[in-house]
Design a protein around this ligand. Structure first.
Ligand code: ADE
Length: 230
């Protein structure tokens, strides 16, 4: 899989993708990741990428020319899907991460900043507008890092233990969030690990985990059980 991120804050996107599991997947070539400074495609000598909005209003709008030039160059005549990170997009969820990760290929991710991106970019270049949640960030590069992290960890071999993505919260066919987990010591400041987890009894452990999953889902995410989001 090949992923290019276009942003005016490349360091913001790159830092979280350089460490840990994703950093290792990149280093091992499981994903070919490029993080690019959109200003490299600016058309004037001040490397300007934004301008005032037509029709007035607060904030600045990102100019179309740098996006068009950058996407043309990064696409290089090949096939690429273009995603725009924006709070106006479709809400990102694990199923979408699975879809993008399984599709592989070449992804070009555009990061919005300021008030928004000239809509001609959305109409002519973008295949999918994606929001990572119903809140507004100052920086689309943060959203791009979240999106790419979630995709890359699902690539074959990215996680050490494949089961960890098959049994986790939001896994395919999994309607419940995960049960609580514990590690050593068995007692800490008077708080003890549930006895069943120390019992070695796999059947009882499975049953306990399922009950806690249901309980936790009901408390934290009733929407997953068909109720209202709390
Ligand atoms: N840019 C600013 N806020 C965002 C969000 N919630 N999702 C994606 N991109 C964004």
């Amino acid at each position: 899989m090949k992923i290019d991120i276009l942003t005016i804050f490349p360091k913001v996107a790159l830092a979280p993708l350089s460490e840990s599991i994703v950093g290792r997947a990149v280093a091992e070539g499981k994903v070919d990741l490029g993080v690019h400074d959109l200003r490299d495609w600016a058309v004037d000598k001040h490397r300007r990428v934004d301008d005032e909005p037509y029709g007035g209003g607060p904030g600045m709008v990102m100019k179309p020319e740098p996006f068009f030039a950058a996407v043309r160059e990064l696409r290089g005549g090949g096939d690429a899907k273009v995603v725009l990170m924006t709070p106006q997009g479709r809400r990102f969820e694990q199923a979408m991460a699975r879809g993008y990760s399984a599709a592989g290929g070449h992804l070009i991710i555009l990061c919005g900043h300021y008030e928004g991106v000239d809509h001609r970019v959305v109409e002519a270049l973008v295949d999918d507008e994606v929001s990572i949640g119903d809140y507004v960030l100052t920086n689309g590069a943060v959203a791009a890092a979240v999106f790419v992290d979630a995709l890359v960890r699902l690539l074959p071999g990215a996680l050490g233990d494949e089961r960890s993505s098959e049994e986790e919260s939001f896994a395919e066919g999994e309607a419940l969030i995960e049960a609580p987990c514990y590690t050593r010591p068995p007692e800490f400041e008077g708080m003890v690990v549930p006895e069943v987890l120390l019992s070695g009894h796999h059947g009882r452990i499975r049953e306990w985990r399922h009950e806690r999953s249901v309980e936790r889902t009901r408390a934290n995410r009733p929407d997953l059980l068909g109720g209202q989001r709390g």
